[in-house]
Each structure stands twice: as C-alpha cells, then as structure tokens.
Design a protein around this ligand. Structure first.
Ligand SMILES: O=C(O)[C@H](O)[C@@H](O)[C@H](O)[C@H](O)CO
Ligand SMILES: [Zn+2]
Length: 300
C-alpha cells in the first residue's frame, strides 16, 4: 500500500502523538525532547511550530479552541495564537517522570500517562509512571499505577472496553470500561509480544482503533505498524514504515481512510540513520481499504 512522507524532517527527537483535527484538516503532533508542538495543514502543506519550556508528551485540541498538552509533569492549556500556557495540574511530585501519550475517551475525557525519564530508548526505571484521567470538569484522578512507559490508548465502538499499552512489559491490556463514570476495571492482557523479540517485533507504543474494532499498534524498533485482533491477540496485518523507531499512529483524511504515522529520530545510530534517513518524518499511508476512528477532542 502506498506510503508517502507527509511532513519531512518533522521531528528532530521523538515524534509522537499524532491527532487529526477534522475541522481544520490539520494534523497535530509533538517532538517530545525538542519541546515543541506542531500543526501540519494537509491542504496547504504548511507547518506551524511552537517551542515550549519542558518536554511535551501529547497534544489534544479542546472544544474551547485551545489545546491541552502534557508538559513535563504538568497538564496545561496552550492558546495556539498567543502561545499562552496555563498549568492545570502537576503530578508525580515525588518521582522523576514526564507525561507521555494521551487520548480522549469517547465522552471527551483525557486519559494521560507518565513514564520514568529515558536514558536511551526504552531504558527507564520501571514502574514509576501512572495513568490519569482529566474529566470534562477539569478534575484529575489517578487510575493505574506502577506503569513503566505509559503509551497507546483506544476504546471500542460500544465504549465498553478500554485498551491500554505499557511498552516495557510489551503488552496491550484491556479493561472493562464504564463510560458514564469513566472508570476502568478488570485489567487483562489481550496482546503479549513474545520474549526476546524487542529488536525484531519491537516495543508496542502508540495505538489507534479502526471501524472493525481492530488495533493498530506502532512497533518501536520494528519499523512497522501492526494490526491486532483483540479477540484473539493475533497479529493480522503489518505496514512497514521507513523509520525503525515507529512511535504512534492515528487515522485522518477524508473518510478516515488514511493512516498517519510518527517515528523517532532520537538516539538513532549513524548506521540506522543511513538505513532509515527519513527517521523523524511523519508518514501517510493510503489505500489500506479500512476506515479508522476519529481522534476525539477534549470536551472541557
Ligand atoms: O514514544 C514514546 O512513547 C516514548 O516517549 C518513547 O521514548 C518510546 O515509546 C520508547 O522509547 C519505546 O517504547
Ligand atoms: Zn508513545
């Protein structure tokens, strides 16, 4: 299936957190260690970038018209035009962590997780992170702790299941999900990558769900996005990506039939950069023949 570079050299460090904004036909993404957030206009090809003062783990547009960001250990609002940052919450004050990936549930609550600081890709002090929910009234609550690298999130179409990735145990978990209260329960493993395949099958990272309820998982160090059936835990399709450190995926474009993929350039070896010179770019995959689910904005 056709793959093209949507944004060349989009990120100099860890490209992450693609979020398709339908109204503006733009793609938001972050460059975590570059401390920047960008917005690429798919119609004009133009990119707007805002530099920040701390690492940025995610960006999610809100219904108020600003964006919510995971800035260091804080959740903040960023007004795009004025660049004004307002901190809403600070977490993990007794630990060395930072916010990483986040996603809204179908009701528009933000689920955002933290991770220990990396010295190298996927090298962290284990179980330092947590998963938080920021409700539409602005309140924050911790739901899961002892997370190593909090990553991809997705919800089933019937809203009854929440999927969640911790990259270090290399699994995708499922929880029963109560959409009315925003509470997950009954955690179980639905996909487990086999041991000793870290450099071939990679670490599961960002995730998106398609209209058939299948999970698309960015596989860091594997240069691919893998499609899994959460019912069987089996891989059913893969898309090769010319960036070994594939970090995340979302759907966008007309009818949500395009897939956008981010990857990292951070800590790439010279050998890796010569084999994968496009590391750090944002890719668009077309012709998949499936439809993805929209990115949900924050309703608060
Ligand atoms: O993209 C992310 O989520 C982290 O910020 C990354 O650093 C990688 O995930 C990690 O290194 C491999 O799992
Ligand atoms: Zn990630």
């Amino acid at each position: 299936m056709p793959l093209e570079v949507a944004v060349k050299d989009a990120c100099s460090t860890i490209g992450e957190g693609p979020h398709w904004d339908e109204a503006s036909q733009t793609l938001y993404y972050v460059d975590i260690e570059d401390k920047s957030v960008s917005r690429w206009n798919s119609v004009t090809g133009g990119v707007q970038k805002i530099k920040l003062e701390k690492t940025i783990g995610f960006v999610i547009p809100s219904k108020k018209g600003d964006v919510i960001i995971g800035l260091g250990q804080t959740i903040a609002r960023l007004e795009w035009d004025t660049k004004k940052v307002t901190v809403l919450h600070e977490v993990d004050q007794d630990k060395s962590t930072r916010f990483n990936d986040a996603k809204c549930d179908p009701w528009g609550r933000i689920w955002a997780g933290t991770m220990g600081l990396e010295k190298q890709s996927a090298v962290v002090e284990k179980e330092q992170g947590s998963l938080y929910c920021i409700d539409t009234d602005g309140s924050i609550k911790k739901h899961v702790d002892k997370v190593s690298i909090s990553n991809g999130l997705a919800w089933s179409a019937d809203h009854q299941t929440m999927y969640y990735i911790d990259s270090i145990p290399r699994c995708v978990y499922a929880f029963d999900y109560d959409i009315d209260s925003g509470s997950p329960s009954n955690q179980r493993i639905v996909v487990q990558l086999p041991p000793d395949t870290e450099r071939t099958l990679g670490y599961p990272d960002g995730m998106a769900i398609d209209s058939e309820g299948k999970l698309w998982v960015a596989c860091f160090y594997a240069g691919r996005v893998a499609r899994y059936d959460p019912e069987t835990g089996k891989q059913i399709q893969t898309v090769e990506i010319p960036g070994l450190r594939t970090t995340s995926v979302c759907f966008g474009g007309k009818d949500y039939d395009d897939m956008y993929v981010t990857c990292s350039r951070h800590w790439c070896t010279l050998d890796e950069l010569s084999k994968f010179p496009l590391s750090g770019s944002v890719f668009r995959v077309t012709g998949l023949g499936i439809k993805g689910c929209p990115s949900v904005m924050y309703e608060g």
